[in-house]
Design a protein around this ligand. Structure first.
Ligand SMILES: NC(=O)c1ccc[n+]([C@@H]2O[C@H](COP(=O)([O-])OP(=O)(O)OC[C@H]3O[C@@H](n4cnc5c(N)ncnc54)[C@H](OP(=O)(O)O)[C@@H]3O)[C@@H](O)[C@H]2O)c1
Length: 327
């Protein structure tokens, strides 16, 4: 396993992070334990979780499995989305964040969270106040690094500006979505992260399973031919269910066959090869699914190969129109 500094924190994290969204949900306890153990065997020291995954079961299982190796691991979790029916139990308010972190610490059975992400930008709460809450939690030793997920570039830059003015610890890393079918991050987020020295742990490298080669396009334009999120989950169907995404998956499948690798290995390797990416976050519901993703670092991803793969999907338009002109 390769390790790399997480942005300017200097903390050495594995080049692959494992996401525990399946723990206690798609993967039962025994399977989750086996997934955790296989990741540790492969040298992964970096695990991603969230308070809302499997209604808190994911944090509980991760806490159980990591006991005994706590100080070898970098544990990230998230707060923002609703953890209960009360209208106060959601958002990036100081009210909720303080309680959410206390609850995560209990479920994880640990004394600190290494990385705490705001799971989403909160337009209803003053960003200054959310950041002040993170700083308070950091001063109390309950979190080590503040971070943000699903933030746009301007939201991130505003957060960095506030932290600098107020003397708060800056955001250490970002967690955007990034895969061959969803490349928005290339336009602003990844260049900004490189410029500002932010770590980037991107999620959904397989586009929720689309890029594994297991789906075939149904006549109606949806997906069929396999079990998984793209046939069982309407949010993922809406995100990836159009014909263009099927064509991208088919193109990647053909290229992977030519290279002699599993499409999932190539898809994860492509994400990891962007210079702004610290570690893609892998997702799997069982060991069989995990193996090809773990093999991603074996794919010899040259600049030429990255370019060939990138041509399989549309390059997102640049951040401003003038940059389309050659200078
Ligand atoms: N910050 C956020 O908002 C956010 C959002 C999403 C995820 N995340 C994090 O990122 C992690 C990874 O995200 P993700 O699960 O969306 O990643 P992904 O790599 O896009 O999708 C993983 C899913 O693809 C399918 N799959 C994986 N390998 C396969 C294989 N070899 N063969 C067939 N199917 C395979 C499985 O789902 P099926 O079996 O259902 O097909 C698996 O759960 C999560 O665990 C979580 O920690 C964060």
């Amino acid at each position: 396993m390769e390790y790399r500094a997480l942005g300017r924190t200097g903390v050495q994290v594995s080049r692959l992070c494992f996401g525990t969204m399946s723990f206690g949900g798609d993967a039962d306890e025994a399977t989750s334990r086996a997934l955790f153990a296989r990741c540790r065997d492969a040298g992964i020291n970096f695990f991603d979780c969230a308070d809302v995954y499997a209604g808190g079961k994911s944090e509980q299982l991760l806490g159980k499995f990591m006991a005994g190796a706590r100080d070898e691991l970098v544990i990230a979790t998230k707060a923002h989305f609703g953890t209960g029916p009360a209208p106060t139990s959601r958002g990036s308010t100081r009210y909720h964040l303080v309680r959410a972190v206390e609850a995560s610490l209990k479920r994880l059975n640990t004394d600190r969270i290494d990385i705490l992400y705001l799971h989403h930008f909160d337009a209803n709460t003053a960003l200054d106040d959310s950041l002040k809450s993170l700083e308070l939690l950091l001063q109390q030793g309950k979190i080590s690094y503040p971070a943000a997920s699903n933030f746009s570039a301007w939201q991130t830059m505003r957060a960095l500006g506030i932290a600098e003015r107020r003397g708060y610890a800056p955001l250490a890393c970002l967690q955007p979505m990034y895969n061959l079918a969803k490349r928005q991050a290339e336009v602003e987020i990844l260049p900004m992260a490189i410029e500002m020295g932010l770590g980037v742990c991107s999620y959904s490298p397989l586009a929720g399973g689309l890029l594994t080669g297991k789906y075939t396009a149904a006549a109606a334009g949806g997906f069929s031919g396999a079990e998984g999120r793209l046939v069982s989950n309407t949010m993922y169907q809406a995100r990836y269910g159009d014909r263009l995404n099927h064509e991208i998956a088919a193109g990647l499948g053909a290229l992977a066959r030519e290279l002699g690798h599993h499409p999932a290995s190539v898809a994860v390797a492509w994400v990891a090869s962007h210079p702004g990416i610290t570690a893609p976050i892998l997702g799997a519901r069982n060991l069989e699914q995990l193996e090809p993703s773990l093999k991603a670092l074996d794919v010899p991803m040259t600049a030429e190969l990255r370019e060939r793969i990138s041509k399989l999907s549309p390059t997102p338009p640049p951040a401003h129109d003038r940059s389309e002109e050659k200078r």
